[in-house]
Design a protein around this ligand. Structure first.
Ligand code: GDG
Length: 473
């Protein structure tokens, strides 16, 4: 039994066929890992594509439970309909304002409903009386209401890691009422920014006719609190990583290789929301207009494979590989390719070494709920970690832009503007770079992943589950 339960689509770990464990890469797992909310919780989620060869479901569940998590197993049909289908092909693009990419297929919603039911059943069986349940992200928008029906005693919170788009976009969803009603099963609903919260409130009024203000609303005689909780990065994890031998070795190796050259880094899951082709266009424009920089700059693109098997992601990978080849073919020389495309995941110590050394970090998503890479880069810039100063180029369409005004803010669609920002960043003098870094670090120190989680959980714990509206009492 558990008094605090975290629920997310994916567990932070995946059990592989050979019985070994792999950590999953992504914003949610990296932030929650650094949230420091102790050992007193149970994490409920899917362990990834099932390595079921020769193993029974019970056997798999037992292996995962021994690691302190409560696994949800999904059938092939559920993976296709709930995960690849409704969550990633309908909701993900729509929540990121990409309505033209969003596919509506009536066969998918029943699987989304079914998997949300599975989570509700699993949680209701392990939750202590009055336990807190913290549900994460767009895969589980029906879960709060399903869970409340089974267990009205629970305190239920939901945090959305993506943007919540304008109601003009959200209302295009055929299942818009069901999703909003699903969320109204919560005691507390949180977003990264005030804009997302305001869009949610507009959807409630325009779609359900339910009125709310920025603090909350009354619905069916229950109070639902609303709030803004900008997520922070795993500060302790990066600070620790910067003291390891792997960090030191990687740091010296890269520093030697760079010599007097300049490193322009980017790190992301290879996802169409992250704006990688648009970034490559800007790199091409920069190299075209600054021939004197061609032998000097090293664009290092760490692009972790994501959602393998989904057609659009395969096409994006091919497109990016092709453009990287074309840029290197045009602007490279014997012994130097301006763009290094690293299509794999790196251990956090190696990532920290790249952040510490990079002269510029380009975080230029088309739309992004928050973006933790921007925060991690700035927080690896301490002289005690042998960091070089560096400049953050940040898309104004990332949630992080609301907090990091000392970055160079860019519109990722404006190719010439981003190319110009690269030049401005490379040209900036060191005192100016440190001034900007320090201003951003002061803010990050106050709101890392731990502070974010504690704030959300404290509000969830004090959220009042009054049974009637005082105005109507
Ligand atoms: C979603 C929202 C929101 C990346 N490559 C490696 C690696 N990473 C880690 C980074 C960072 C995380 O993955 C990526 O986080 P982001 O925030 O940038 O993006 P999403 O995965 O899209 O996350 C996003 C987030 O949820 C949290 O709410 O900010 O807007 O889309 O932590 O460091 N980690 C390691 N090796 C890599 O190669 N170890």
């Amino acid at each position: 039994m558990a008094s605090l339960i975290l629920a997310s689509n994916r567990l932070p770990i995946q059990l592989l066929k050979d019985g070994t464990i792999k950590r999953t890469t992504g914003g949610l797992s990296s932030a929650l890992e650094g949230a420091g909310i102790g050992e007193q919780y149970t994490w409920v989620g899917w362990g990834g594509p099932c390595p079921s060869a020769g193993r029974s479901e019970e056997d798999l569940k037992t292996s995962l439970r021994s690691l302190g998590v409560e696994p949800i197993l999904l059938s092939e049909d559920e993976i296709a309909g709930y995960y690849d289908g409704y969550a990633n092909s309908t909701l993900w693009p729509l929540l990121h304002y990409m309505q033209e990419r969003s596919r509506f297929d009536a066969r998918w919603m029943p699987f989304y409903q079914q998997v949300n039911e599975k989570f509700a059943t699993a949680i209701s069986e392990i939750a202590d009386e009055g336990a807190q349940v913290w549900i994460h992200d767009y895969h589980l928008m029906l879960l709060p209401q399903l869970l409340r029906k089974k267990r009205p005693d629970l305190k239920i919170g939901f945090f959305l890691h993506t943007p919540f788009p304008s109601s003009e976009i959200f209302r295009a969803l055929p299942e818009r009422d069901a999703l909003l009603n699903g969320l109204l099963g919560c005691d507390l609903i949180g977003f990264h920014t005030y804009s997302y919260l305001r869009h949610f409130i507009s959807s409630l009024i325009r779609i359900l006719g339910v009125e709310a203000d920025i603090d909350g609303l009354w619905h069916q005689n229950r109070h639902i609190q609303l709030g803004v909780y900008p997520i922070g990065h795993n500060r302790d994890g990066f600070q620790k990583a910067a003291t390891t031998n792997t960090f030191l070795q990687q740091h010296s190796a890269h520093a030697k290789h760079l010599g007097s050259g300049k490193m322009i880094l980017s790190v992301e899951r290879l996802d169409y929301t992250k704006g990688v082709p648009e970034k490559l266009q800007a790199i091409r424009t920069f190299l075209e207009s600054h021939p004197e920089m061609r032998g000097l700059v090293h664009f290092v693109l760490v692009a972790v494979p994501s959602r393998r098997g989904v057609e659009e992601y395969e096409a994006l990978t091919e497109r990016v590989q092709c453009e990287v080849g074309a840029i290197n073919g045009t602007f490279g020389d014997v012994g130097h390719s301006p763009v290094q495309f690293l299509h794999r995941s790196f251990p956090v110590e190696e990532l920290a070494a790249l952040y510490a050394l990079a002269d510029v970090c380009m975080v230029t998503p088309i739309v992004d709920g928050m973006n933790l890479v921007a925060k991690e880069f700035i927080d690896c810039k301490y002289p005690s970690h042998r960091a070089r100063p560096g400049v953050l180029i940040l898309s104004e369409f990332a949630g992080a832009a609301h907090e990091m005004s000392h970055a160079i803010l860019v519109n990722p669609h404006d190719t010439a503007g981003v190319a110009q920002a690269i030049h401005t960043a490379l040209d900036m003098d060191e005192p100016q770079m440190w001034k900007r870094i320090h201003a951003m670090q002061r803010r990050l120190e106050l709101n890392d992943a731990g502070a974010w989680a504690k704030r959300f959980l404290a509000d969830l714990s004090s959220a009042t589950s009054l049974s009637h509206c005082p105005q109507h009492a």
